[in-house]
Structure formats: structure tokens, C-alpha cells
Design a protein around this ligand. Structure first.
Ligand code: PMP
Length: 465
């Protein structure tokens, strides 16, 4: 009797109902992925190769990609707006990239000091404002680790400054302050490992001034000019200018982590977009359009610390990597950079950003039609979304309940749209996303909002039931 009384008072749990319906449809559409998940989870933790690649009830397993589509093992095609977390700015298997790799097919994957390495470095020198010198590595994580080591060697100081909400890869010393506190991300990060990392609120010009004027032990300030982990709240240009001026005055190395923004905010990255040139820049992701390649680029003077020919008075860092000059990633990067330059010349960046702006409008109308509070953060071809009755801010970001948003991403898979993964909220569009793809995306959002009880779940959530 008591249970039924409670049910009548509280009514149905509409979030649970939503999840149940969406998951049932997902299971019916993806039997091949379910079979692979069972196999994969016996050999790979979580059945995948990274925490965010798993999502409930089980992840999709993709067979291939083509343009702005990914095709799963059941043969279903998805409009892919996740772009493997950013690198696929040219979509899947772009001919500029596959062609460049094919040209080097008879060279071999690894030879010592291939000529393609020089050509690729010259291309970076041409397009990235701060790139007087280039050191290639394998990933964004390695690029950030090396840039920090260069800065420490150059200044002879140990402390580094990072901003809350900015992610800089897997190295322990950066796995803190991903939210609005100094909390470390996940287990296994020793306190000592983050002891040299100072944290500051982004866009806080008073805090920056205070910190830089009160200490003389800072080697570098590192910033992601688009602040991804905290919800894509961009960085104020004035703050970047202040950062440039004050680090320069204090002899502190300014590092732009352009692993995501590089090539995406224009061929010259965020530094060209904002007109603020850092000392060092880290690149990866879109640089090689999906192949594994990272780079530190920057001031010739600072990068002398990595130069065996430098004067004896220059402190030398040790920095090496077995796969640093792999020919396939370098070929992919050269092909991609040439294509970015071509797209830039023909106005395609602005055209893509305008399409994304129209998409945002279409999404807003779809949610408004259902009475669901919806907000978008958008910068160039990057987007993050929020289902919330309040306009979200970075400070309140950690408190936003993302349950319905995660369900929306799962529901969209049932309509052939991978807008993001249900474990992520990162949306990265490519040049291959044309108006047809965006119209289909809006239409899929309208369909899932009507098909599943999102509006009721939302109402229940904001009423606190
Ligand atoms: N810096 C930023 C800003 C990133 O977004 C990432 C990856 N998402 C990294 C560094 C690390 O790059 P990688 O995953 O290639 O190691």
C-alpha cells in the first residue's frame, strides 16, 4: 500500500522512463556492437581504449569513416559530429590526407630524418605565427610535457600556472583543476606531482596581476585559448593580451596549448584568430587530421634548449621519442596543412562557422518548441550544449545535471546522428559537414525530442522530483 501511495504522489520517474525507452531502441539497432562489447570487455578495460570511449549501456563499435559519416559494425551510418574528439577537421579519409600518405607508401614508416619532416616543419613555420622552430612528437600530451620542460630549462624556474577548466593531456602535473577547484582528476595522481602547478581562474585579470607580481618562481603560464573541459567558455581577447604583456614583462614563458584550437580556429590557430602571439605553442589533433602527431613550435631563442648545437651556456633539455619522425603522420600533416591553407584562401572557414551558427539556431528552436531549457556555447566549429533552466556559467558548470544531455546524445544515435558521445559534451564539426548534414541533424533532434519523453523528464528535473 505504501509503495503505491508514494507512486501516486511522485508519479512516474520520467528520466528513468526516457533512459529505458532510448536504451531499448539502441539495443535493438546495435546487436553487432553488443557482441563486440562482450568480447572487448574481456580484453580491454571498459571494452575500449580510453575512459571516455565507453558509454552505457555499451559503446558503439565503428567499422569505418567516410567524410562526415562513421559507419558502425551493423552497417548503420551516423553523421559524425564528435570527430574523434577534434582531429577530423577534414572529416574521415580526406583525399588530401590519404593522397599525401599514399605518395610516401614506398618510403617506409620510420627512417631516420626523412625529408618530409623538414617540409612539414616549414609548413608550420609558414602558417603558425610563433613557429620559428618546430619539434615533432607523438601526441598532444607529449607536446605539452616538452613545452613545459623547455620553459623550465630556459627560465631556470619550476612553477607553472594553469587555469581552472583547462585540460592539457595525461601528464600528472596537469591533472588538477579540471573543474572549479584544485581537485585532481581520478586516482593515481600523487600530491607531489601537482605541487609545482599553480591554478588561476581564467579571464581573472586581477588574479593574474596579483599572482605574477607576487612571485618570482614561475617558469610558464599555459592556456587553452578555448577552455574545453570547463564547457567551452572562451577566453577574453583582452585577457590574452594582458597575459602576453605581463608574462613578457616578468620573463615568464607563455604557452598556448592549441592541441584543439590549432588549425580549427583558422589555419594560424587561436593565436592568429586573436592576434596574440605566445612564446611556445603545442599542436596535435587536426595537425595530422587523425594520424598520431604532436609538435612544440615557438621562439627560436627558447627552443635552443632542445638544440645540441647551442652554445654551452644554454641549458639543454633531454627530449627524444622513437616515433617522432614517422613518415605517415608527417605526410598526413603536410597534406592537411596544404588543404587548410587552400580552405582558408577560399573562405571555407567562415562558411563552416556560418553553417554552425545556423545549426545552433535550429537546435534552439527545436528545444524551445518542447519547452526545454537549452543553451549552447559555440566558438568557430566547436560547440558544447546544456539542458538547463538557467543560463550556465563556468562557475556553475560543475553543478549542471548532464543526465538528460547524455540521454539526448544516446537517443540521437538511434536516429543516425553522433552529435557527441554520451560521456562527452564535445562537438567538433568538419569541413565535410554541409548544410544537408546540419539539416538532418536538426531534424533528428526534433524527432528524438518528440519520440521520447524528454519534455516531461525535463519538467520533473527542474521541479526537483
Ligand atoms: N591539450 C589539450 C587542450 C587537449 O584537448 C588535449 C586532448 N584532448 C591534449 C592536450 C592532449 O592531447 P593528446 O590526447 O593527443 O595526448
Amino acid at each position: 500500500v505504501m509503495v503505491s501511495e508514494v507512486r501516486t504522489r511522485v508519479g512516474k520517474d520520467w528520466v528513468a522512463e526516457c533512459r529505458q525507452q532510448i536504451a531499448a531502441d539502441y539495443r535493438a539497432r546495435t546487436p553487432g556492437s553488443f557482441e563486440l562489447f562482450k568480447r572487448a570487455s574481456k580484453v580491454l578495460p571498459g571494452g575500449a581504449s580510453g575512459n571516455l570511449r565507453y558509454f552505457a549501456p555499451y559503446p558503439l563499435y565503428m567499422k569505418s569513416g567516410d567524410g562526415c559519416h562513421s559507419i558502425d559494425v551493423d552497417g548503420t551510418s551516423y553523421i559524425d559530429c564528435f570527430s574523434c574528439n577534434g582531429p577530423l577537421l577534414l572529416g574521415h579519409r580526406h583525399p588530401a590526407v590519404t593522397g599525401a600518405m599514399a605518395e610516401l607508401a614506398d618510403v617506409g614508416s620510420l627512417v631516420v630524418n626523412p625529408e618530409i619532416m623538414i617540409r612539414c616543419a616549414e609548413a608550420l613555420q609558414r602558417v603558425i605565427p610563433c613557429a620559428e622552430r618546430v619539434r615533432f612528437l607523438n601526441s598532444g600530451t607529449e607536446a605539452v610535457m616538452s613545452a613545459i620542460r623547455y620553459a623550465r630549462a630556459y627560465t631556470g624556474k619550476d612553477k607553472i600556472v594553469k587555469f581552472y577548466g583547462h585540460y592539457h593531456g595525461q601528464d600528472d602535473q596537469f591533472l588538477l583543476g579540471l573543474g572549479p577547484s584544485r581537485e585532481t582528476l581520478g586516482a593515481g595522481v600523487p600530491k607531489e606531482a601537482v605541487a609545482n602547478t599553480l591554478t588561476l581562474r581564467c579571464n581573472d585579470s586581477v588574479g593574474l596581476e596579483e599572482l605574477l607580481s607576487s612571485r618570482d618562481d614561475i617558469a610558464a603560464v599555459i592556456i587553452d585559448p578555448a577552455m574545453h573541459s570547463g564547457g567551452l567558455w572562451g577566453v577574453d581577447r583582452d585577457f590574452l593580451i594582458q597575459l602576453r604583456t605581463q608574462t613578457q614583462a616578468a620573463g615568464i614563458v607563455l604557452i598556448f596549448d592549441e592541441v584543439i584550437t590549432g588549425f580549427r580556429m583558422g589555419v594560424g590557430g587561436a593565436q592568429a584568430y586573436y592576434g596574440v602571439t605566445p612564446d611556445l605553442t603545442t599542436l596535435a589533433k587536426a595537425m595530422a587530421a587523425g594520424e598520431k602527431l604532436g609538435a612544440v613550435v615557438g621562439s627560436a631563442e627558447i627552443m635552443r634548449v632542445a638544440d645540441p648545437l647551442a652554445d654551452e651556456c644554454v641549458p639543454r633539455v633531454f627530449q627524444s621519442g622513437t616515433g617522432n619522425d614517422g613518415t605517415m603522420p608527417l605526410a598526413a600533416a603536410l597534406g592537411a596543412i596544404h588543404e587548410y591553407e587552400r580552405l582558408s584562401r577560399s573562405g571555407e572557414y567562415e562558411a563552416l562557422w556560418a553553417r554552425v551558427e545556423r545549426l545552433e539556431q535550429g537546435l534552439k528552436e527545436a528545444f524551445a518548441g518542447q519547452g526545454i531549457g537549452f543553451h549552447v556555447n559555440r566558438l568557430c566549429s566547436m560547440m558544447q550544449m546544456f539542458i538547463s533552466d538557467r543560463s550556465p556559467s563556468y562557475e556553475a558548470y560543475a553543478d549542471i545535471n548532464n543526465e538528460l544531455l547524455d540521454l539526448l546524445y544516446l537517443a540521437l544515435l538511434n536516429e543516425g546522428v553522433m552529435l557527441s558521445l554520451p560521456t562527452s559534451n564535445h562537438i567538433y564539426f568538419s569541413f565535410m559537414h554541409d548544410q544537408t548534414a546540419f539539416d538532418a541533424t536538426i531534424s533528428a533532434v526534433r524527432t528524438v525530442l518528440a519520440k521520447y519523453p524528454f519534455a516531461r523528464a525535463y519538467q520533473q528535473q527542474i521541479e526537483g522530483n
